[in-house]
Write a protein that binds this ligand. Structure first.
Ligand SMILES: [Zn+2]
Length: 278
């Protein structure tokens, strides 16, 4: 693993910084050592993080974390398709109140997941429409999740076209899907999926096609521990300090330097989520 602090020491440039745009830091797997996780991220060069909210309750926790770490942690507020049933007409107002908080930089994660189908598809589509409308009302971008639902997902985004900005988080799709997202104007979030030799090679081949101002990096911790991490933590828990591992894999796949990717992806994250400098 190439250490960002080493890389910057060699070039005598100011320390390179990364932004983890998708970290489920409110997840209970971080309950025992969350402060240490945040500190390790800082030491690894991860200057800022966007904490994912995926239910009303986890959005509240994400906002609380952002308030404890102003300027370093930010939050999303949204309802993941797995929990679409939670977003009945009545709770939209509750979500809107959260989404209007200053710490909230995006609405989501929201979208469609037909792989797990934990919520009925009709309920997923309704919750997705509501959150796209909500994002327009509050003037914030959307943090999008899609799995095995590309057709409906793209159709719904098109229905609301030109009224939202956003990122397709944890992109693992094929070339046609990437083309579609880029045409829709989305930014693309890349996780440690790309560090997996077996299932990430198609993704590596697509990396050069993503314009630098649209490429964002995320760990999606505690999920998706980069497979090439050495040594692998016994817990198998992913955390934001491992974001440089993902940046190295993406930079290699694009044939660019780590420093250059760090700069462009950080600038892209700041532009999309309107983050202040770290
Ligand atoms: Zn997701």
């Amino acid at each position: 693993m190439q250490d960002l602090s080493t890389a910057s020491a060699q070039t005598a440039a100011p320390a390179a910084t990364l932004i983890d745009i998708g970290i489920n830091l409110a997840h209970d797997s971080y309950d025992s050592d969350r402060d240490a996780v945040i500190e390790r991220a800082r030491s690894a060069g991860v200057a800022q993080m966007v904490v994912t909210g995926s239910t009303l309750a986890s959005s509240v926790r994400a906002i609380a974390l952002a308030r404890e770490h102003p300027g370093r942690l930010f939050a999303t507020a949204g309802v993941h398709p797995h929990h679409a049933g939670e977003l009945a007409e009545t709770s939209v107002a509750e979500l809107e109140e959260l989404a209007r908080c200053a710490e909230v930089v995006a609405v989501g994660e929201c979208g469609l997941d037909y792989f797990r189908d934990f919520a009925p598809r009709e309920a997923q589509r309704a919750a997705f429409h509501r959150q796209l409308e909500l994002a327009t009302r509050v003037g914030k971008p959307v943090f999008l999740h899609q799995r095995d639902a590309h057709g409906d997902f793209a159709a719904i985004l098109r229905e609301h076209a030109a009224r939202w900005r956003g990122v397709a988080h944890c992109f693992t799709g094929a070339a046609a899907e990437l083309d579609c997202y880029l045409q829709l104007g989305l930014a693309i979030g890349i996780t440690g999926w790309i560090c997996d030799e077996r299932r990430g090679s198609h993704l590596a081949a697509l990396m050069p096609q993503i314009p630098p101002q649209r490429l964002l990096l995320e760990t999606d911790g505690p999920y998706l521990l980069p497979r090439d991490l050495k040594p692998r933590p016994a817990s198998r828990r992913n955390e934001p300090a491992y974001l440089p591992q993902i940046a190295v894999a993406v930079a290699r796949a694009r044939g660019e330097s780590l420093q250059s990717l760090a700069q462009s992806s950080t600038a892209a994250a700041r532009a999309l989520f309107q983050l202040p400098p770290a």
